[in-house]
Design a protein around this ligand. Sequence first.
Ligand code: MRU
Length: 366
Amino acid sequence: MKLKNGSEVMTVWREGSIVKMIDQRPLPFELKIVDLNNTEELWHSIKDMYTRGAGAIGVTAGFGMAQIALQNANLSPKKLIQKLEEAKEYLDTARPTAVNLMHATERTLNRGKEAAKEGGTDNIIKAVVDEADEIFEEDQRAATKMAEYGGKLIKEGWSILTHCNAGALAFSGLWGTATGPIRWAQQHGKKIFVFVDETRPRCQGARLTAWEMAQEGIDYAIIVDNANSHFIQRGKVDIVFVGSDRIAANGDVCNKIGTLGIALACNHYNVPFYVVAPRMTIDYEMDNGMDVIIEERDEEEVTCMSGMNYEKEERTKIRIAQVNANAKNIAFDVTPAEFVTGIITEFGVLEASREGLAKIKDLPPI
Ligand code: MRU
């Protein structure tokens, strides 16, 4: 992503067998880069949300497979494929909802298996690494296209609402998905304003999206999640862009908890509600959104909050509910396709329906 000082930093990248990424947990207070040296560290980086967001999780998982291949050059082809199969099984358990993770481990494993038919260990390593790098590059190319398709829908003077962080931090390049059209509109001289949902419990909106907006000088305000339907009702929101973690074959959209309520309010008050996501996020094997496994996270994310102690200038965690309070921490919800105005992909804006999504299923990658 682009920083205020004009420099650029990637969310995740690979240097040989080392995977490097922004540790998103201390943002926006500290921009920290971490090295992941082995599969356990990589698994934890996804599970514990050093990195998060469907695209970034997928790219990280692909690099994880490349890392395994590069670190096991001494194995026979058969043993290396076994090792990659085990790694896929392990990495897929890090988080259950974003399908980009499983798609990336599957693509790299399958490419390795294909290569094994024709050659030895070196051949497999090259194939797996190439596929992981291709996922990384595809993610960026897709985001550039989506930014333009979505950006053209934004009119001069419009206010946009977005939820969670489907920004550059959630992908590997400069655009992100839901924030891509916003950036594109700003770069094309349109005057815009962004309502940034805080997105409890982990506050990806307040911590990450607001930080991204500030880096690029985009006019924004953080609102608490409970306020979004108010602004939609009062005509303050002209269009909504959200990302997705998994889109079912019928067009149902799984995204960060709170998305469903926004879509319902938009439907009632006639505000366009767009989902911005690459084909990699579509799960053609899943018939409808009610089958998505919704991640349930630690109760403490609800009963406590983390942030900066402004007197001591240090990061801190505080309890906001009584000791031992019970909580339910559901990380995602599913918006039925009928409430989605359109799905913006790298191939264009699609109808959120089985027929709409089928149109791009077999197209070659852009
Ligand atoms: O739990 P997270 O932060 O990994 O959730 C993913 C998200 O950021 C959102 O659901 C996003 O809108 C879709 S992923 C780009």
